[in-house]
Design a protein around this ligand. Structure first.
Ligand code: GLU
Length: 424
């Protein structure tokens, strides 16, 4: 049972979804239970209550988390999320997913995730700066270029990363560019990092369509979510020749069977007062739920967790799902999608382009030598394509879906490292 009921609406727990797939992979691998027990739970959970003086002079206390899931492949890596939905189970699931993601794309990192329960849209820039700096001080013994390296996630971006690098550098009395990735270019950021997750989603889509024998011209795509991942995925997938027929954000869904002009939508959001698609012209208004059920070739859920559930999975009419978000499909929905013959490129593979270029940023910071955008993109595309092929081949070998294959590849690698290190 994955869902609990809250006044008639099922509530899903991403940690339970993560654990279900983890257990299935343990079985496929025949992994010794003692190693599975180490890797099922996080290494370390840090929670801080963070008091912040708000613009009106009052003091508000925010819950801040950093969960380090594993450090077996290297320093832990993962973003920081600002959202009212942040809770410990969610951060634990997201941290574990970072471990599996880094293993899949072969970068020398463990996994972590951070979160602050707050509504960044309702906070001023000053309030966000004070909150981010206070969170960095609370996590000063966790973060470090060789220990744990944060990055952006939902509700955070380059500005928050700039405050983190500044605060951490001040605490330590020296510049520490490599303590965080996703920074502005002038502060040691990498070219291509902003686009990297969406670019990886595009490469995953291209690779999957090729396996399915479907040409991009003539294919259609629906994208849920229009933040960094959704908007850039939509843009790059449309550049492949695929027609984007619907997009959405918190203001709702926008559908046009003749195609959405994605660049116009990106400009529209940038110029709109509340930074949403509200009022976007030349499209029919639909709900986020209706959007998921549209007939299309590719569906890219790039919003948040638990969007494809046993409630709606049987109504999905896409041929291919490429998961831009972390955890958009609940564990119970997997079998329903399989039975419908829908190919799913799972989150821990499809959205790994972001952390891949984060790794390139960290490498560049440590070298003090910066790459061209062309070099970043070329290397990231190569990594994503190789990871896709590995997972696809593993899924054929074990006769399992790509999600389980991704967990199998990741778990096998991390468990091997754990055994070799012999740290217990
Ligand atoms: N938050 C992103 C993710 O979920 C990026 C993490 C990173 O670059 O470290 O993959």
């Amino acid at each position: 049972m994955t869902a609990s009921m809250n006044s008639g609406t099922p509530v899903y727990n991403p940690l339970e979804s993560m654990n279900r797939r983890f257990d299935a992979a343990v079985e496929v691998l025949g992994l010794d239970v003692q190693f599975a027990n180490v890797l099922r739970v996080p290494d370390k959970v840090v929670m801080a209550n963070i008091p912040v003086t708000m613009d009106d002079g009052t003091i508000q206390v925010f819950e801040g988390y950093r969960v380090v899931h594993s450090h077996h492949l290297g320093p832990s890596k993962g973003g920081i999320r600002y959202s009212m939905d942040v809770n410990l189970d969610e951060v634990k699931a997201l941290a574990a997913w970072m471990t599996w993601k880094c293993a899949i794309v072969n970068i020398p990192y463990g996994g972590a995730k951070g979160g602050i329960k707050c509504n960044p849209r309702a906070m001023s820039k000053g309030e966000l700066e004070r909150l981010t700096r206070a969170y960095t001080r609370a996590m000063k013994d966790v973060f470090g270029p060789e220990t744990d390296i944060p990055a952006p996630d939902m509700g955070t971006g380059q500005q928050e990363m700039a405050w983190i690098v500044d605060e951490y550098s001040k605490i330590n009395g020296k510049n520490a560019w490599a303590v965080v990735t996703g920074k502005p270019i002038v502060l040691g950021g990498s070219l291509g990092r902003v686009e990297a997750t969406g670019r990886g989603v595009m490469v995953s889509t291209r690779s999957a369509l090729a396996k399915m024998g479907i040409k991009p011209n003539g294919a259609t795509c629906v994208v849920q979510g229009f933040g960094n991942v959704g908007s850039i995925s939509a843009k790059l997938i449309s550049q492949m020749g695929v027609k984007i027929i619907a997009i959405s954000d918190i203001s709702g869904g926008y559908y046009n069977e003749d195609g959405i002009d994605v660049n116009a939508a990106i400009d529209f959001v940038a110029k709109s007062e509340n930074r949403t698609l509200e009022g976007f012209p030349n499209a029919k208004n639909i709900s986020n739920g209706e959007l998921l059920e549209l007939e299309c070739t590719v569906l890219v859920p790039a919003a948040m967790e638990d969007q494809i559930t046993p409630e709606n999975a049987h109504k999905i009419r896409a041929k291919l799902i490429v998961e831009g978000a972390n955890g958009p499909t609940t564990a119970d929905a997997d079998a329903i999608l399989d039975a419908k013959g829908i190919l799913v490129v799972p989150d821990i593979l499809a959205n790994a382009g972001g952390v891949t270029v984060s790794y390139f940023e960290w490498v560049q910071n440590r070298l003090g030598y910066y790459w061209t955008e062309e070099r970043v993109n070329r290397r990231a595309d190569r990594v994503m394509k190789a990871a896709f092929d590995t997972i696809y081949n593993t899924s054929e070998k074990h006769k399992v879906n790509m999600r389980l294959a991704a967990y199998v590849v990741a778990l096998d690698k991390v468990a091997t490292t754990l055994k070799l290190r012999g740290s217990f």
